[in-house]
Design a protein around this ligand. Structure first.
Ligand code: PSU
Ligand code: MN
Length: 302
């Protein structure tokens, strides 16, 4: 590719050159989104599910002064083991982590940027960043939301977690011209649960219909991507009361401890996981696998 700092794994490069489906995967979910060793195990399973659904997986990270598109087993293990010691890289961080040849885990925003550089249009993950609760005071709004507005990659996720203000996140996306699609649902899913009380912009029922809407958007030259929300399968969804209680406590602890900035989301994710025992982790793993399958099918349709 044009970018001198990009290392595209040969299998991924061959698929892209042949016009075969490729699905980008992020690495902050590995380092900061789940504990070791389930994070590495899940990352491997996600790649396998992408393959089983007819696409080539490309996990993205920053390593040894290179933007990596496709990671080998050693790199996945290193990221998973490093955990919070890896640098969580959003848009602003990319050049600095490249320059000091650090270990950088890419968020949704930076994964989109690097995927777009490589020519990948579909990306699957668990949850996205958004407008945090209390953002009226703190201004804590994830850079992911700006990225959806400018970078042409569709992100398949299980909706927004209620660590965020879901209503404000939707308002922000509307302002930025970012469509929120519901796969086989009119209601926006809330990550661990299938219901949020909010509506998506468009319900589409097949990967082909989603691919067609994306194709039209990009053919018209409309900047940015789309948020494709995929509800957690019913059998893995969590009781709303359990997850709400854990989120409430995690938010209160974050407030008491003065956690802010880029630490905020990883802190909340880790506390929710601890407070619910393994339950939320098991749900989290299942929804990511479910999103990987849908991402692969959309990529295949594109
Ligand atoms: N939400 C999750 N799991 C995650 C993240 C968010 O349910 O792993 C990660 C993603 O990498 C996302 C990032 O892009 O956190 C958002 O961080 P921030 O709010 O600091 O922008
Ligand atoms: Mn933030």
């Amino acid at each position: 590719m044009l970018n001198a700092y990009l290392d595209i794994q040969p299998e991924v490069a061959a698929a892209l050159a042949a016009g075969k489906p490729v699905v980008a995967l992020e690495s902050t979910i590995i380092s900061h989104g789940m504990p070791y060793p389930q994070n590495v195990e899940t990352a491997r399973q996600v790649e396998q599910v992408v393959r089983d659904n007819g696409a080539v997986p490309a996990t993205i990270a920053i390593l040894d002064g290179r933007l990596k598109v496709g990671l080998d087993a050693g790199a996945l293990e290193a990221l998973g083991k490093a955990g919070h010691a890896a640098t969580k890289c959003s848009r602003r961080d990319i050049p600095f982590v490249l320059a000091n040849k650090g270990l950088g885990a890419t968020t949704v925003a930076s994964t989109m940027i690097i995927a777009a550089m490589a020519g990948i249009r579909v990306f699957a993950t668990g949850g996205i960043g958004g407008v945090h609760r209390g953002a009226q005071e703190t201004f804590d709004i994830s850079a992911d939301l700006q990225e959806f507005a400018q970078t042409p990659v569709a992100v398949v996720c299980a909706g927004a977690k209620s660590i965020l203000d879901i209503g404000l996140t939707l308002e922000y996306l509307e302002t930025q011209g970012v469509p929120v699609i519901g796969y086989q649902t009119e209601e926006l899913p809330a990550f661990y649960t299938r219901e949020s009380g909010f509506k998506v912009d468009y319900r589409l029922d097949t990967p082909a219909a989603i691919a067609e809407a994306l194709r039209l958007k990009w053919e018209l030259g409309l900047a940015g991507g789309a948020v494709v929300t995929n509800p957690i399968p019913t059998e893995f969804a969590m009781p709303k009361a359990d997850i709400d209680a854990a989120i409430k406590q995690a938010l209160q602890e974050a407030d008491e401890q003065g956690v802010k900035g880029k630490e905020s989301t990883p802190f909340l994710l880790a506390r929710v996981c601890e407070l619910t025992g393994g339950n939320s982790l098991a749900a989290n793993i299942q929804l990511v696998l479910n999103n990987a399958a849908l991402g692969a099918r959309i990529a295949a349709s594109l």
